[in-house]
Design a protein around this ligand. Sequence first.
Ligand code: PBG
Length: 327
Amino acid sequence: MSCFPKTRLRRLRATASLRRLVRESHLRVDDLIYPVFVVEGEGQKQPVNAMPGIYRYSVDTLAEEMQTVMDLNIPGIIIFGVPGFKDARASQAYAEDGVVQRAIRAVKKAFPELLVITDVCLCAYTEHGHCGIVEQGKVVNDPSLELIAATALSHARAGADMVAPSDMMDGRVGAIRELLDENGFQDIPIMSYAAKYASAFYGPFRNAAGSSPQFGDRKTYQMDPANAGEALREVEQDLAEGADIVMVKPALAYLDIIRRVKDVFQVPVAAYNVSGEYSLVKAAARENLVDERAVVMEMLTGMKRAGADIILTYFAKEVARWLREER
Ligand code: PBG
């Protein structure tokens, strides 16, 4: 290998055109999924306090927001529901006329080409705020699977294009795959939140979705942030159970996990640029402490470089606009 002075790495950095030519990672609008919150009621567009620019829409006001997403050529959205009431068995999660089910129908009717993914979880629908069923103060795994699978099926029946289980119960991907297949939905893909960590970065989301656990925490089902090898086991299990796309979540503090997963498994990998990551940037930008556009583009490009094929981000609309301006 030659070295300085024959080699000068700065040569290929000299102009913008040269840099374009040798750039290794590319952030594209095609990579983006935009998360949306839907609430009960009419005419609602409720600002989410901790997330400037993010709102909770009722089914009727969602259409306008989706028009913007379409105009920006963002390929897909992921829907999170905020139900009218909660109970022990999360009945609104799989109700035929639940808020998510109605939102799916409305969006697919207005924009058939827009990819509609749904978050499949019970936490926003249970009175205790846990992602599964609680018995004697414990989140019990196997009894939760039936309800989680029923939720995924109800989304598919309403017209969802893809389901994304985020509950972290063992065996949920297999349970969902089986129930979907039995009901003729063998072509609906599953994007599993495979390596989902027990993270403090979900704080603003829980405020938006009203999904904070009312006792304890999620550490008995979400992963310990200190673990990496275990993430590979989670991904392996989900793929064995039939996952089509695997997700690493959060993204920023877990870029090494994205890279490891991408190196080991030849499947599409999604990264979730979560609510806390969004809020940190928004807060710092509001105080003029950072250049928002520059840091967001750098963060998301870093996720691509780490190996993410898909990025779920609350910045999707802004990023789509910035990418347009660059051209
Ligand atoms: C539901 C769910 C959560 C997120 C996505 N799905 C919250 C949690 O696990 O508590 C977090 C998304 C974000 O922070 O942006 N289980």
